[in-house]
Design a protein around this ligand. Structure first.
Ligand code: PEP
Ligand code: MG
Length: 308
């Protein structure tokens, strides 16, 4: 068993139909990249960049942000790092931004909506990310997208940031991938369209569950209603996976349910390409995936018996 874990620490999971299933880590701070590596993560599937806003009481400038992103990218070397642009609002409040009080913050101006409204904030982050892209394998991901229009507006601002840096002769990676979180029912329903305009999907099951079931993820009284395994949520994930693959782009899961062992077979069956979980869950999940795959191939890795 120890040998199996040691092997999993340093190797990628190959599915029964010979595809790579990346097992990545979710992090909220550059220091967490160390624990992602120690636990055998193939990369970072979700870097929640809003930590930069939440742990201070003034706006982080471009230099501060650049340093944080560069640190993560350098630590991860050639491994992929998906940085999600600021997801502020709703359950992630930043008092000094002085955002107007809202009746329904979860349905209000949050995440990409704030970025498209306060473009100077967004542009600063994109410039910092682009500069950091020269130091590793960066992918940028936009949260809370609901339409192609929104995605294309965000991509337009990214292009402006690239043009600015080129004019200043500042280096950035030319083939940087851009993806979206599928965490609204709208994004899942429109996933055929959205897949034509981006390089990857990552399903945020925490919000997708909240919005699909109209159940506040923070309300403990709704624990029985807020069900990430609900057939409605699983249908939306399945739909997004089919549309991603039809368009030839990969799809991952980065919400809590990526680590749900009762969903592992479902994710394998619908061809999910990447699962991203807390660093401490990476190795356990790799083991569970390997067991499922071995059963599928007719052998049991724990007994180390090969059936020819
Ligand atoms: C999600 O919504 O599933 C997600 C991964 O993002 P967050 O939990 O940060 O909203
Ligand atoms: Mg979310």
């Amino acid at each position: 068993h120890k040998q199996l874990l040691q092997r999993l620490l340093n190797s990628k999971i190959i599915t029964a139909d010979d595809r790579i299933m990346e097992v990545n880590a979710n992090i909220g701070h550059p220091a967490d990249a160390d624990s992602a590596l120690e636990n055998g993560a193939d990369g970072i599937g979700l870097f929640r960049s809003e930590f930069l806003f939440m742990e201070r009481d003034t706006l982080p400038d471009e230099e501060t942000q650049f340093e944080a992103y560069r640190q993560v990218l350098q630590k991860m070397g050639s491994k992929p790092v998906i940085v999600r642009t600021f997801d502020i609002g709703a359950d992630k409040q930043v008092p000094y931004l002085n955002l107007p009080k809202e009746e329904n913050p979860a349905l209000g101006c949050r995440a990409i909506r704030i970025c498209l409204d306060r473009r100077e904030l967004f542009k600063t982050q994109l410039r910092a990310l682009l500069r950091a892209s020269a130091f590793g394998s960066l992918k940028i991901m936009f949260p809370m997208i609901i339409s192609s229009e929104e995605l294309n507006t965000a991509k337009g601002i990214l292009e402006e940031a690239k043009a600015e840096l080129s004019a200043e002769s500042v280096a950035f990676s030319p083939d940087l991938k851009v993806g979206i979180m599928v965490e609204t029912p709208s994004a899942a329903i429109m996933s055929d369209e959205l897949a034509k305009h981006c390089d990857f999907f990552s399903v945020g099951t925490n919000d997708l569950t909240q919005y699909t079931l109209a159940a506040d993820r923070m309300n403990s009284k709704l624990a029985g209603v807020y069900n990430q395994r609900s057939p409605a949520v699983l249908r939306l994930i399945h739909m997004a996976a089919e549309n991603a693959h039809k368009a030839g782009i990969p799809i991952g899961i980065c919400g809590e349910s990526a680590a749900d062992r009762t969903l592992t077979d479902f994710y394998l069956k619908i061809g999910i390409d990447e699962l991203s979980v807390a660093p401490s869950s990476v190795l356990e999940l790799k083991e569970a995936l390997q067991q499922s795959i071995d059963v599928c191939k007719g052998k049991d890795s724990t007994k180390n018996v090969t059936v020819s």
